[in-house]
Design a protein around this ligand. Sequence first.
Ligand SMILES: [Zn+2]
Length: 149
Amino acid sequence: MSLFSFEDMKSIKRETLGNLVPLELFRSVRLIGMYQGLPMKGKNTTLTVGREIGKSMSISSIDDLLQIFEDLKIGIPKIVRQTKEEMHLVIEDCFCEGLPVAEGNMVCDLEGAILEGALSTIYEGKISIREIKCNVNGDENCEYMIKFS
Ligand SMILES: [Zn+2]
């Protein structure tokens, strides 16, 4: 039994400040604290953190997951190509949109790991997800390639 579930996170009783925190806080945790603050741009940590979050979500389908991703305002995922073996996802309005471009940096790995962790609860085979484009890298969108095997 986990101490906290994703459902628990929705239990919010803040009378004055409500259920939202500004995007700059999320970005600060993600980019200043993790990407910049951890060794190797936080690679292993973001993978573990993202997967754990994803696994805690009770999703019943891919559509379900994409809706949660948008509800959480991480970004608006659009499937641009899908076969049995892979799914190509474009993220519109990603949380990183508008940050200064820093070529060579793709910063949305944790969000990809969330997708991977959640998908692992509804798919029995192996899933690997790769971040292939990122606004911060100067690309037109953030994109993921997910492979099912
Ligand atoms: Zn992004």
